[in-house]
Design a protein around this ligand. Structure first.
Ligand code: ADP
Ligand code: MG
Length: 577
């Protein structure tokens, strides 16, 4: 029996999620769906972002709706317009085979008359942002008397954004409510209060640790001087040529300014912040979602709840003041079981924040050096050469020109061709990075004064030996196997060495977690290990291994669906300011 069917979902819904490629329910889906299908139990689901909460409430909701009744039976309330559209969009897909169920997204910034007209057509599920919902209720466009189910999605965010009164109003006035379902990443006292006031002995389910980060995310930080933040950002982008990323700033002004500066240098980047009109926001989001935009730079409010598939990197241009915001930011990557990287550019004064973040999300942050100009160029260069070698030449009538070309190049060596191609593609780039300075701030330097002599020596030494290790040519690999797969360090070591036919000597530190591990390995052997292991099956799961710091990835194989749909060639960024 299909695992979704086993949860009690009907055939139409099971078929729809199967079409979406969902094979097994996520943990929150597993736990929530059977409870919610009863229709009469109040429910609190605590789960971090990217765990599949939308289907956890969306599927039971669709099954509970009575298609013969054409009035509002369910309300889904969520914090932002983007999220509202996303949920509606997901529901559309889930109800592909379910007949006569109608949904409508209502949110501010769009024509209310249009929304009223659509609601009048007999919509059963209304997905709404709080402000517009109240508006519609006051205009009597929605009849709350008939609403049986109320879902509060991202409840903590709604409260953070000041929607407390609106939520109270909705809950107070849905008097025939049969059940209330609340989803949240965290459980601050305000959320607790809502459950106390409006819910009847709710079943509470927590997935993962409360406040815990996502184990698929590799957290890295870079220590730079304040005036080097922008330059460091640029290097991180350049060092990760295939990056599909979201950059977070604290202020709209920063987001705007940085996006303008980078766009001027030829980067595909746009800003998303509250000063844009809804139309502009939609346009930006649309371009990003379809990967016609490589980078999005956003403020926290603007990016709330956005679920975009395959975001590889989140970059904190500055660390947020509120540590919980970090969880929300980093949650934009590493979704649906994929891995992601969250990079934070820090000032040495912010290092204490890293320590408290480590405690809070119970994950280790890795200090990584901002790459040097040389490293960046090397990376870009190899990326370009990879792209070149993967170019599709199966279409087009190259044969016609080949003989002439061959003749023209008869006396030119391969080396020379490569050099010229590189020059054409990279002259500007190389020039820009020619005299690039080292942006790394040794975090110990600033603090040394505060340490006594003995500590200074100790810390100083560790720091230096860390550097030596990196210079010795180790790189770190990520692998999605961990203790959960039944491994201990020794058996794990044996496994990766056997699979790759490599000797123990090439390895450095091994860092094992429950869900995944990091392996330090001689740079020269990293490619060999990845090629041997990445893509293999283990216990019915595909093993994924890649360079943790955004380096070597196995080139796509023939059915190489693991690679991103589109790789962003450096071509698009030829000119540099
Ligand atoms: P959350 O609301 O918890 O942040 P979403 O509901 O937005 O997470 O889901 C995150 C991503 O995971 C979406 O792209 C969704 O399509 C995908 N997803 C959800 N459930 C499953 C599943 N059972 N199997 C595979 N992918 C899933
Ligand atoms: Mg969600």
């Amino acid at each position: 029996m299909n695992a979704f069917e086993a949860l009690g979902l009907n055939e139409q819904l099971v078929q729809a999620v199967t079409d979406l490629g969902f094979e097994t329910p996520s943990e929150i889906q597993q736990k929530a769906i059977p409870i919610l299908l009863s229709g009469t139990t109040d429910f609190i689901g605590l789960a971090q972002t990217g765990t599949g909460k939308t289907a956890a409430f969306g599927l039971p909701l669709l099954q509970l709706i009575d298609p013969s009744q054409r009035h509002a039976q369910a309300l889904v309330v969520c914090p932002t317009r983007e999220l509202c559209l996303q949920i509606t969009n997901d529901l559309e897909k889930f109800k592909k085979y379910s007949k006569n169920i109608f949904t409508e997204a209502v949110y501010g910034g769009a024509s209310i008359t249009m929304q009223i007209r659509n609601l009048k057509k007999g919509v059963q599920i209304v997905v709404a942002t709080p402000g517009r919902l109240i508006d519609l209720i006051e205009r009597k466009a929605i009849d709350l008397q008939q609403v049986k189910y109320v879902v509060l999605d991202e409840a903590d965010e709604m409260l953070n954004m000041g929607f407390r009164d609106d939520i109270d109003f909705v809950l107070k006035n849905t008097i025939n409510r049969e059940s209330t379902w609340l989803f949240s990443a965290t459980m601050p006292p305000e959320v607790r209060a809502i459950s106390k006031n409006y819910m009847d002995s709710p079943k509470e389910v927590t997935v993962g640790k409360k406040n815990s980060g996502n184990a698929n995310i590799d957290h890295q930080y870079f220590v730079v001087a304040q005036q080097h933040r922008f330059e460091a950002l640029k290097r991180l982008i350049d060092f990760n040529p295939g990056m599909y990323g979201i950059i977070f700033t604290r202020t709209k002004a920063d987001a705007q300014e940085i996006s303008e500066r980078l766009a001027k240098s030829g980067y595909e980047i746009e800003a998303l912040h509250g000063d844009l009109t809804q139309q502009q926001r939609d346009k930006v989001m649309g371009r990003f979602r379809t990967k016609n935009l490589q980078l999005l730079i956003a403020t926290d409010v603007a990016a709330r709840g956005i679920d975009v598939d395959g975001v590889t990197h989140v970059i904190n241009y500055e660390l947020p003041d509120d540590m919980e915001v970090y969880t929300h930011r980093s949650g934009r990557t590493g979704r649906a079981g994929k891995t992601g990287i969250c990079l934070s550019i820090c000032h040495s004064k912010e290092i204490y924040k890293i320590k408290s973040l480590e405690r809070m999300i119970n994950a280790k942050f890795h200090k990584v050096d901002v790459p040097s100009g040389k490293e960046v160029c090397r990376k870009q260069f190899f990326h370009f050469m990879d792209t070149l070698m993967q170019a599709d030449v199966s279409h087009g009538d190259y044969e016609t020109f080949l003989p002439d070309l061959m003749e023209k190049f008869a006396d030119v060596s391969k080396e020379e061709v490569l050099q010229r191609v590189a020059a054409l593609e990279f002259n500007q780039f190389l020039k820009y990075y020619e005299n690039a300075e080292d942006l790394n701030r040794n975090e110990m330097r600033g603090d040394r004064r505060q340490l006594n002599a003995k500590d200074t020596r100790n810390t100083g030494r560790t720091e230096r030996s860390d550097f030596r290790r990196r210079d010795n040519g180790y790189t770190r690999l990520f692998i999605n196997l961990g203790t959960k797969d039944g491994f201990y360090k020794a058996s794990f070591l044996q496994f990766i060495l056997d699979e790759s036919n490599l000797k123990k000597e090439v390895l450095g530190k091994i860092d094992m977690r429950e869900m995944n591990s990091w392996v330090e390995i001689d740079k020269a052997e990293a490619g060999r290990m990845i090629n041997a292991i990445d893509g293999k099956r283990y216990n019915n799961r595909t093993i994924r291994m890649n360079e943790a710091d955004g380096g070597y990835r196995r080139p796509a194989d023939d059915n190489g669906s693991r690679d991103r749909k589109k790789s962003f060639a450096p071509r698009e960024r030829r000119s540099f300011s």
